[in-house]
Design a protein around this ligand. Sequence first.
Ligand code: ATP
Ligand code: MG
Length: 565
Amino acid sequence: MAASETGTSLDFVRATIEEDIRAGKNDGKVHTRFPPEPNGYLHIGHAKAFNLNFSIAAEYGGLCNLRFDDTNPLAEETEYVDSIMEDIRWLGYDWGDRLYYASDYFEQLYEFALKLVRKGVAYVCDLTPDEIKDYRGTITEPGRDSPYRERTVEENLDLFERMRAGEFDNGQRTLRARIDMASPNMNLRDPVMYRILHATHHRTGSEWCLYPMYDWTHGQSDSIEGVTHSICSIEFEDHRPLYDWYLDELGIYHPQQIEFARLYLSRTVLSKRRLLELVQGGHVTGWDDPRMPTLSGLRRRGYTPASIREFLKRVGVAKTDSVIDVALLEHCLREDLNRTAPRVMGVLRPLRVVIDNYPDDLVEAFPAVNNPEDASAGSRDVPFSKVVYIERGDFMEDPPKKFFRLAPGREVRLKHAYLITCESVVRDEATGEVAELRCTYDPDSRGGEAPDGRKVRGTLHWVSAGHAVPAEVRLFDHLLLPDESEGGGKQDFKELLNPESLEVLAGCMVEPGLREALPGTTYQFLRQGYFCVDSVDSRQGALVFNRAVSLRDTWARISKAQAGK
Ligand code: ATP
Ligand code: MG
C-alpha cells in the first residue's frame, strides 16, 4: 500500500513517485533497479540503495530488477556476482526472473553509439588520457576543443568500427560525445563513451576490446529495461544532465533519475575501494570479517535481516549526506535479538569455584527460562555440581563497598541455582594469581531464593565445570578509532585503524546445551551480550562465537542526551 494511504509521512523519493502515478506518467507503472558493480562485496550503504529500490517497487505494485553494471573487466569477478545475489536475498529481496547484466547490452549500446556518430554528436578522439584531462579545463576555466572534434561522420564511422575490430592499442583512441567543452558541468565536456581495453571480461570473454563508460551504459540500460525511476545516490546528481542528454539524443524511452543521500556510518568505512584495501592488506580476515560493514561481515557477526531493515527505516531517505552513529545500528540489533535470542550462560574468563559442602557426586538440574521476552520459548534444564566456573571479573579480593558480586565472606546468587558464600581463596603458587575459590552453599536456597528472605544483591552466571563445553569467543571493537580531526587531518584512513578491534578469548566455557549449536545461531549470554556461532571457523568439537553486540545500549544514552538538550 502506498505510504500516503497509510498516513505515514513520505520521503521525497516516494513523494515524486506518487506524483508521477497521479499524473499517469508511465501509465502509472513503477519499475526500479539495483545496479551494483561486481567489484566487491555489498556493504550496508548498498543495502540502503537496494532496500529503497526493492521496497518502493513492492509498495507501488511494481518491479525491481537486479542489474550487474559490469563494464570494467579489470576489477570484476564472478565471486562478487555470487556474493551480491546471496546478500540481497538474505536481506529478504527477490528480483524474480529479472537478473540482467549491462554486458548483455554491449551490442545494443554499440548500435546506439553508431547512431550518435551518424548524427554527428559523437566522435573518435586520439588524445591520450592525460591530454584529455588537460583539455578538460577546471571548474573555473572552460575546457578546449579536441583537435579531433571536427572529424567527418565517415571518418568517425571508419575509426570506430576499427576500434571495435581491435586495430588499436589500449588507450590509443576513445569515442566521445560531442557536447560542450565550455559547459559549467564538467560531465558535459565531451565525455568519453568508449575506451579501448584488451582484457578478458567475466562474461563476454575476449569478444570485446571496447568497453562502454558508466554514464554511457547506465541510462541506456535503464531505458532498455523499461525502468521508470532510476534511483541512485547523490554523487550522480551532476551526471543527470548527461544521463538525460544521451537519452534525448537517441530519442529512446526516457526513465527519470532521482538521487538520494548516501549512507555514512561512524567508526568504519563504506567504500569498496577502501574495504578492498583492508582485505588485501590483511587488516581483516576477508570481506566477511565480522568487523566489516559488509553484509556478509554483519551476517557472520550475528546481525539479522530484520535489524538491518529496521535500521534503514530509521535512517530514512533524504537529500543531504550525514554520518549515522553506528550505535543506532547496534541498538536495532539489540532490540531484535532481545525478542528472539535464547538466553544461555557462558563464562568468558573462567574462575574455578569449589563448593565444599556440596555432595561430591551429586548433579542437580535447574530449570532455566529460555527467553523472558517470549513465553513460548519455554525452559531448559541446566546441570549444577560441586565445581562450577564463574567470571573472573565477578570476584574481587578487596572490593569497594558498591561491589555486589563475590568477595571473601560475601554471599551471591548463582542464577537459577543456589546462594553461595566465598570462604577462602586458593592461589597459584608460582604466579600468586587467584586460582580457585572455596565456597559453601545454603542447601535451603534452591532456585536461588534465600529461605529467610535475607537480601542477596548479586546474581552471577556460571557453568558446571564437569558439564561445560569449551569455546573460543571473539570480541570486537570498531574498525576505526574516533576521528578527532573529523576526517580532515588524516591522509590515509588506515592511520585510524583500531589496533584493538579484535580480542580472542580461547578458554571460555559455555553450558552443555550449546554443544550442538548450529553455525549462524545467536544466543544471549546472560550479562555478556549476544553471541553468534561463527559460520566459518566453528565445527563439531570446536565452537567459536562472535560477540554481535554487548548488552550496553549506548544509543539509548545518546538519544536521551539529545532529547534533553
Ligand atoms: P563504493 O563507493 O562502495 O565503491 P559504488 O557506488 O562504487 O560504491 P556500486 O556497485 O556502483 O558501488 O553501487 C551500487 C549502488 O549502490 C549505486 O546505485 C550506488 O549509488 C549505491 N550506493 C553505494 N554506496 C552507497 C552508500 N554508502 N549509500 C547509499 N547508496 C550507496
Ligand atoms: Mg558506483
